[in-house]
Every structure is written in structure tokens, then in C-alpha cells.
Design a protein around this ligand. Structure first.
Ligand code: UDP
Length: 330
């Protein structure tokens, strides 16, 4: 199978490229390097530096490499940033996905795996949330992904494409072999921020809201190890490659941790003090988001390997420590 990985120089896409390579599949990376890194693409994997919204470039790439499947990671993904810049998010995530889909149709690509998000659900009342829950995103990030899901479904119906939409819950951790991890400067995601604070790379961190209707007052999320998320993508490609039908599946473990529990786990695993200041609620934050992952387990036969918060934190710590040492040497 020959796979185009958009955003393959980034955090999650980079892990996908490694997994495809480990499994003996050919891949081509399309990345504009806005947040990704050239070094993260192995030398034997072709890297096309460009934009998913560049129709001609994408069409030419799909044809030149005889691509069978697209795995579409490239996107902006920061909820608060999307609230400040909704049009930027719709351009980058929705409009450019439209262009990518148009090129995929023109090139006759029949299978597509799309990175969606739990943010499409908003403040869902079901806990855990199943895929048929009503969609009510609280941010332009969530709605940009929802709109792309709609487009993909309609394009697939019209043009005989089959797809898997994977709705990610909170992705964290790093490749257990430390070949890849999150490198984004000024990262905002909780586990990364807490680990960097414990390592002294930030003086302190903030807890956004302690007055939510949860047992300790802080928001609850379902944190999934990036390697388990990637194994879901590999299962999705296998499913589509075997002629499987289109489907939408949540990617999470089915249980959540509060912000305070995450911070305590980082303290415990790192053995370091970590100053966490109480701050106001952050706009666009749902109270609790936990996946019902039944479909992922049953339809795609997904079996997670790292369903343990301490392991996710430990891998993040090892990665951050390695990054810090590498930067110090440079
Ligand atoms: N959070 C926090 N302090 C931080 C970063 C995040 O309290 O420095 C909280 C955030 O308000 C949310 C949870 O941690 O309740 C997860 O946020 P994150 O940005 O990691 O992911 P999101 O759920 O927004 O995709």
C-alpha cells in the first residue's frame, strides 16, 4: 500500500510515518513545515514540502507516487487559538481539506483516513460519548473538523471513496523507542505543559478552572498514548484495504482523568515539585470528554498497549528530557 501522509512531519503524523515504515508500507509525506520538522521524516521517505491546499501540487504528488490511500493529519489544532482566529481555522482545516479531497477525487484515490476530534461533540451529556451523540462543537477548531467530516462523507458517497474518520480524544506521550515525540514550541497541551514545568523549563503552570461540576472541580479528559492512536490508524488502513465500509470511530480509552489528577501523576512520576496556580476557566473547554471506544475495539479490532496515565507521562518525560539535552548541546 502506498500512503500519502499529510502533516507527516508533525507530532502525530510523524509517528504514523514510522509505523508505516515499521510495517513495510511505502509512504510519502506532504507537509508545509509550519509546525513540523524536516528532520523527523526518515531519509528514505519522500517529503513534499507544500500545502494540502495546493491543488496542483497535491494532484501531481498523488499521481506521481500512485497513492492508494491518504491519511490526513495536517491541521491547526489549538482550541484557544481557533477562538481568536476562526477564519484562519476554517481556511486551514476546512477549505484546504476541500482542496485535498478534490485532488483525491481527480486522482482516483479510493481510501481516506481523517484526523477528527472529540471537540466535535462539545459538552455532550452522554458519558462516555459514543459516535452517534449529537455534534455541538464549542470552538472553531471543533466545527472546522465537523465540517470536514460532512464534506468527506458527501464526497465519499458521490465518488465511491471509502473513509475512516478517527475522532481523537486527548493525545499525549511519545514513541516508546524515543524516535519521535511532540516538539512544538510553546505547546499548550496539559501533559506537555505539566512535564515541562516539572523539568523546570517553565516556572509554573496554571489550572484553568477548579469550579467545574466534577469530583475535584477540574475538567476531565480521556488521554490516549500517541502510539495507541497510531495503531488505530494502522487498523483503519487495514480495514479499508480489505474492502471495509466507511466508519467513524472515537479514539480514547473510555476513562478519564481530571487536570488535578494529571498534575499529581506528573509530580509522582517525575519525583519533582510542580507549581500549579489556580486560574480562571479557559473559553471553549467542555467539562468532561471521555470516549466510548467500543466501535474502535470491535469494528477495527483495536487493542491498546499503553492505557496507563503514568506510562504516558513517563514517555513524555523521557522525550522532553531528551529534547532538552539535545538543545543544550546545540
Ligand atoms: N489545561 C490546564 N492548564 C494548561 C493546559 C491545559 O488546566 O496549562 C486544561 C484545559 O483547560 C483542559 C485540559 O487541561 O481542561 C486539557 O486541555 P488541553 O489543552 O491539553 O487539550 P484540549 O482538551 O483543549 O484539546
Amino acid at each position: 500500500m502506498k500512503v500519502l501522509v499529510t502533516g507527516g512531519a508533525g507530532y502525530i503524523g510523524g509517528h504514523m510515518v514510522l509505523a508505516l515504515r515499521d510495517a513495510g508500507h511505502d509512504s510519502v509525506v506532504l507537509d508545509n513545515l509550519s509546525t513540523g520538522f524536516r528532520w523527523s521524516v526518515p531519509e528514505d521517505v519522500p517529503l513534499v514540502v507544500g500545502d494540502v491546499g495546493d491543488y496542483e501540487l497535491v494532484l501531481q504528488t498523488l499521481r506521481a507516487h500512485s497513492i492508494d490511500a491518504i491519511v490526513h493529519f495536517a491541521a491547526k489544532l489549538i482550541v484557544p487559538e481557533s477562538l481568536r482566529d476562526p477564519l484562519g481555522y476554517h481556511l486551514n482545516n476546512t477549505v484546504k481539506s476541500r482542496s485535498l479531497l478534490a485532488a483525491a477525487v481527480a486522482a482516483g484515490v479510493e481510501t481516506f483516513v481523517f484526523s477528527s476530534t472529540a471537540a466535535v461533540y462539545g459538552n455532550a451529556s452522554d458519558r462516555p460519548i459514543a459516535e452517534d451523540a449529537p455534534l455541538a462543537p464549542l470552538s472553531p477548531y471543533g466545527s472546522s473538523k465537523q465540517l470536514t467530516e460532512v464534506m468527506l462523507r458527501e464526497v465519499a458517497a458521490a465518488h465511491g471513496m471509502r473513509f475512516v474518520v478517527l475522532r481523537y480524544f486527548n493525545v499525549a506521550g511519545a514513541d516508546p523507542a524515543m524516535r519521535h515525540g511532540q516538539c512544538t514550541a510553546n505547546a499548550t497541551h496539559l501533559i506537555k505543559v505539566a512535564v515541562q514545568t516539572a523539568l523546570g523549563m517553565r516556572p509554573s503552570m496554571e489550572v484553568f478552572g477548579t469550579d467545574y461540576p466534577t469530583p475535584d472541580g477540574t475538567c476531565i479528559r480521556d488521554y490516549i498514548h500517541v502510539s495507541d492512536l497510531i495503531s488505530a490508524h494502522m487498523r483503519a488502513l487495514d480495514h479499508l484495504g480489505a474492502g471495509g465500509e466507511s466508519l467513524v470511530a472515537n479514539c480514547g480509552y473510555g476513562h478519564g482523568y481530571s487536570v488535578s489528577e494529571v498534575i499529581d501523576t506528573v509530580r509522582k512520576v517525575s519525583g519533582r515539585p510542580l507549581e500549579a496556580r489556580i486560574a480562571l476557566r479557559r473559553d471553549g473547554d467542555p467539562v468532561t470528554i471521555v470516549a466510548d471506544s467500543t466501535r474502535l475495539r470491535s469494528s477495527l479490532d483495536w487493542q491498546p498497549r499503553y492505557d496507563d496515565l503514568a506510562t504516558i507521562v513517563e514517555h513524555t518525560l523521557r522525550w522532553e528530557t531528551m529534547l532538552r539535552e539535545r538543545n543544550l548541546k546545540l
